[in-house]
Design a protein around this ligand. Structure first.
Ligand code: NAP
Length: 282
C-alpha cells in the first residue's frame, strides 16, 4: 500500500475513502457500512468526513465502521465555517467526537473560508491539539492567498494539509496552490477525484482519451482517473465509493503506473492550467 507521512510522523495511505452523501438513507446504511469496512480491509484506512455531511449522519455511520479498530483508521473531519470561531470550533469538534464515538480526530480541517476570523479558528485548533482531541489540523478549499494569510498567523506553520478539488477536469490548483504546498512540504488531499457524481462523473469516465489509456493498462476509466491523481507522491486521494465492487476497483488504481505516453494523451484531452484562475470548489 502506497503511504506517506501526512501529519508530523503519522503514516497514512495515499488512497482513502470519502463519505459525502453517506448515512443519509436508512435503506442504504448497512451496505454503506459494509463498503467502508471492505475499504479498510483493503488498506484504505483514511476516512474523510465532515460535520456537514448528512448533518452529522456520516460521522454517526463511521462510528459503526471504526468500532473496534479505531487506532487502525486515520479519521479526518471538518468544521463548518459558520462554527469556526474560537468557542464554536471547540464545541463543533466535541460534537463530532461524540457522533464518531471516539476521543480524538487524526486531522481536523476548516471546511472552507467564509467570514470567520481565521486567527480564532487556528487558536481553537491549537487548543484542541494541546488537549489531545485532534492529532493535527489543516484547511480545505484554501487558495494561494488564503494559504499565505494562514501561514502568517500564529499556529499557521502547523497546518498539516490542504484539501481541495482536484481531478482531470479541474486542474486549476496546479498553477499556484500545488507549488505553494509542495515548497512547504504540505500535502494536498484531492477531493472529488472522479468528478463527484451525476453528469460530471459520466462525462469524465466516458472521455475517449481516458478510455484509450484505460485500455492500454487493461484497467477501467475510474482506475486511470485515480491513478492520474496518485501520480504525484505527495497527494492523498479520497474517492467515495457506494459499493464493495467500486471500492475494490478503486484500490486497483494503486497498481497502475502511468507512463509518459499516457500522461501526454491525458494532457491533450485535459490541458494543464495556462494562467491563474479562481479556486474551484464543489
Ligand atoms: P468522487 O469521489 O469524485 O465521486 C463519487 C462518485 O463516483 C459516486 O457517484 C460513486 O458512485 C462514483 N464511483 C466511485 N468509484 C467508482 C468506480 N470505481 N467506478 C464508477 N464510479 C465510481 O466524489 P465526492 O464524493 O465529491 O468526493 C470524494 C470525497 O471528497 C467526498 O466523499 C468527501 O469526503 C470529500 N469532499 C470534500 C469536499 C470539501 O469541500 N473539502 C468537497 C467534496 C468532497 P457509487 O456511489 O455508486 O460508488
Amino acid at each position: 500500500m502506497a503511504a506517506f507521512t501526512l501529519s508530523r510522523g503519522r503514516t497514512v495511505p495515499r488512497l482513502g475513502q470519502g463519505t459525502w452523501r453517506i448515512g443519509e438513507q436508512q435503506a442504504r446504511r448497512q451496505s454503506e457500512i459494509a463498503t467502508l469496512r471492505a475499504g479498510l480491509d483493503l488498506g484504505l484506512t483514511l476516512i474523510d468526513t465532515a460535520e456537514m455531511y448528512g448533518d452529522g449522519r456520516s460521522e454517526e455511520l463511521i462510528a459503526e465502521v471504526i468500532a473496534g479498530r479505531r487506532d487502525d483508521v486515520y479519521v479526518v473531519s471538518k468544521v463548518l465555517p459558520q462554527n469556526a470561531t474560537r468557542a464554536g470550533t471547540i464545541a463543533a469538534c466535541e460534537r463530532s467526537l461524540k457522533r464518531l464515538k471516539t476521543d480524538y480526530l487524526d486531522l481536523y480541517l476548516l471546511h472552507w473560508r467564509q467570514s470567520e476570523p481565521l486567527a480564532e479558528t487556528l487558536e481553537a485548533f491549537a487548543r484542541l491539539h494541546k488537549a489531545g482531541s485532534i492529532r493535527a489540523y489543516g484547511v480545505s478549499n484554501f487558495d494561494h492567498d488564503d494559504l499565505d494569510e494562514a501561514a502568517a498567523l500564529e499556529g499557521g506553520a502547523k497546518i498539516a494539509a490542504n484539501q481541495v478539488l482536484y481531478n482531470l477536469e479541474h486542474r486549476g490548483i496546479e498553477w499556484d496552490v500545488v507549488p505553494w504546498c509542495r515548497e512547504r512540504g504540505m500535502p494536498i488531499m484531492a477531493y472529488s477525484p472522479l468528478g463527484s457524481g451525476g453528469q460530471d462523473l459520466r462525462r469524465l469516465l466516458g472521455d475517449a482519451a481516458l478510455r484509450t489509456v484505460a485500455e492500454r493498462h487493461s484497467a477501467t476509466p475510474a482506475q486511470v482517473a485515480l491513478a492520474w491523481v496518485l501520480r504525484q507522491p505527495d497527494v492523498v486521494v479520497i474517492p467515495k465509493a457506494g459499493s464493495v465492487e467500486h471500492v475494490r476497483e478503486n484500490r486497483g488504481a494503486l497498481d497502475i503506473e502511468l507512463g509518459e505516453d499516457d500522461l501526454r494523451t491525458l494532457d491533450v484531452a485535459f490541458p494543464p492550467p495556462r494562467r491563474k484562475t479562481a479556486l474551484e470548489m464543489i
